[in-house]
Design a binder for this molecule. Structure first.
Ligand code: CA2
Length: 158
């Protein structure tokens, strides 16, 4: 078996461990474990690896982002949950590591309450996939891998 072309870290933030059990009309019926399994399958098809994690803690997200470069991570998928709309700490962490990051959302925050329309992390991201339920994660992975593949050789390679 050949080595993965890129190592990708996928981070999901607060309350996303509840996926599949509450508010299915907004977030769908798919659990986070199923999303992670689908990401893994898509990653294999693309020849990359995905380490998918969830935490309810802002500081843990900051730590994981900060540790990513020395762990050999080439790019990030990030659903910061409600921290999307509040967290300068996560924005600063993304800026400081400078890794390509795609912002991911199950719902479309722009079509919801006004307070969800501002993303604090968007300016540190190369793009955003939102509103496609569980599929948002796989679509974001496709976009991130395309973007990484377009980088000059060596940059971002595992
Ligand atoms: O649509 C998304 O992915 C969000 O990041 C989800 C966040 C929300 O604050 C963002 O505006 C948009 C909320 C995550 C809460 O997850 C739950 C999952 C199931 C049931 C209840 C909450």
């Amino acid at each position: 078996m050949s080595a993965a072309r890129f190592a990708i870290l996928c981070i999901s933030g607060p309350n996303l461990q509840l996926l599949g059990s509450r508010e299915p009309e907004i977030y769908g019926k798919v659990t986070l474990a199923e999303i992670h399994a689908r990401l893994d399958a898509r990653a294999k098809a693309l020849g990359v690896s995905v380490d998918a994690r969830q935490t309810n803690h802002e500081g843990t997200i900051v730590d994981w982002i900060g540790d990513a470069p020395k762990a050999g991570v080439a790019g990030l998928l990030l659903n910061p949950g409600a921290y999307t709309h509040t967290s300068l700490a996560i924005y600063d962490a993304l800026r400081s590591v400078g890794l390509p990051c795609v912002e991911v959302h199950l719902s479309n925050p722009d079509a919801r309450e006004a307070f969800r329309r501002r993303s604090r992390v968007a300016r540190a991201c190369i793009g955003r996939v939102a509103g496609f339920g569980a599929d948002s994660y796989e679509l974001a992975l496709d976009g991130l891998v395309k973007a990484l593949s377009a980088l000059p050789r060596q940059a971002g390679r595992a």
